[in-house]
Design a protein around this ligand. Structure first.
Ligand code: PLP
Length: 377
């Protein structure tokens, strides 16, 4: 029996080989490899796609968060509320500028930031539970392809007068109340790491925003803090999107909706064929357009299921096994919501990600379902 891999990153290239070769050769022949027309063009089309005024191409999704926070003047020692159930990159970006993550619990049905835990965390900060420092920003993560509960999160942000930076690295094209992710906070950050819904042939990232000042600041920060005269107006970094990646991303963006549509079709096959089994399927909340970056199910016998799938030639994975606040680099000083992170800690032992990518065939999606069914027999 052929193996069903967890991902298949070369399939888009295989399908579009001729066009992609043309695009890459055009960039190579142009002699302009950094911050040229292709980056500018991609920034325009990606901003428009996200329903934002501006986009700034950067080197990766972690930098996109870091530069957004720096542009918002988040300083050393400031607190930033986020979740522990996320790619470690979210916390790494906060730490990079010397700010301190405060981990808020998640909703156990959607796996995204729990507004109630967020509210309690702000109240605890006011009572100086975390010392004299204030929470200056919130980073909700639109995990697995579904938006966090932005109405509640934005209303808490407004009440405490702090900025919301949306981590959209797993949710390109997802919407909440018909608004694209990335367009609801002051800024939205994206990664174009190859496995993401919009993936490049290497690293890449972007910030989208409709705030002209933030746009200008991030554009400067990504290149040594340079002004138009190439003099540093602020201390910046080197975090640029390559012309080759940008040219390819503009092309691939045209297929993002259909690739997301295909992910949703696969999800439908999973929902239909797994519904009667004793495992928890992803919950879609009202007004959410899920783009299934990952299809994550929950079961107590998680490790046994993964082993059973492996024996049946189906690769599965775990996102994520260890929450950030329990990882060696972070646990000793992790600040947590006043009622702790019970949901975050519980689900980590129960979640499993099934194969989910546009080139997964219906037949193979059904084979995944059969392999799971046979686990219960
Ligand atoms: C992938 C990812 C990032 C980081 O992106 P990189 O491009 O790898 O730096 C940040 N947040 C989340 C939720 C991600 O999935």
């Amino acid at each position: 029996m052929s193996k069903i891999p967890f991902n298949n990153l070369e399939s888009f290239y295989r399908e579009h080989q001729n066009e992609i070769s043309k695009i890459i050769h055009k960039v190579l022949k142009s002699g302009l490899y950094i911050l040229g027309d292709h980056v500018q063009k991609f920034e325009n089309v990606f901003a428009a796609y996200c329903g934002a005024k501006y986009a700034i191409g950067v080197a990766n999704g972690t930098d996109a968060i870091e530069l957004s926070l720096r542009a918002l003047k988040i300083n050393y020692g400031d607190l930033v509320a986020t979740v522990s159930h996320t790619a470690v990159a979210t916390a790494a970006a906060i730490e990079r500028i010397g700010a301190v993550p405060v981990y808020v619990d998640i909703n156990p049905a959607t796996y995204t930031m729990c507004p109630k835990s967020l509210k309690e965390t702000f109240e605890a900060a006011e009572r100086r539970r975390y010392g004299a420092c204030r929470i200056q920003a919130i980073i909700p993560v639109h995990l697995y392809g579904q938006s966090a509960k932005m109405t509640e999160i934005c209303s808490i942000a407004k009440r405490y007068d702090v900025s919301v930076v949306e981590d959209c690295s797993q949710a390109h094209g997802s919407t909440f109340d018909d608004k694209k992710v990335g367009s609801m906070g002051i800024a939205g950050t994206f990664s174009f790491y190859p496995t993401k819904n919009l993936g490049a042939f290497g690293d890449g990232g972007a910030v989208v925003t409709s705030d002209p000042l933030l746009y200008k600041q991030i554009k400067r920060l990504r290149q040594y803090g340079w002004s138009d005269r190439r003099e540093s107006e602020m201390i910046g970094v080197n975090s640029r999107l390559d012309e080759i990646q940008a040219a390819f991303l503009s092309y691939r963006l045209r297929y993002l909706n259909s690739e997301n549509h295909r992910r949703r079709q696969i999800a439908k096959i999973y929902y239909q064929n797994l519904a009667s089994l004793p495992l928890e399927l992803p919950t879609i909340t009202k007004n959410n357009f899920h783009v299934y970056h990952l299809f994550v199910v929950r079961i107590k016998e998680r490790d046994e299921l993964i082993e059973h799938l492996r024996r049946n030639c189906v690769a599965a994975a775990i996102h994520y096994k260890l929450p950030v606040h329990k990882q060696n680099a972070y646990f000793a000083r992790a600040l947590k919501a006043p009622n702790g992170l019970p949901n975050t800690e519980q689900i980590c032992d129960e979640i499993v990600s099934l194969p989910m990518y546009p080139s997964l065939s219906d037949a193979n999606a059904l084979r995944v379902c059969e392999a799971i069914s046979s686990f219960f027999k």
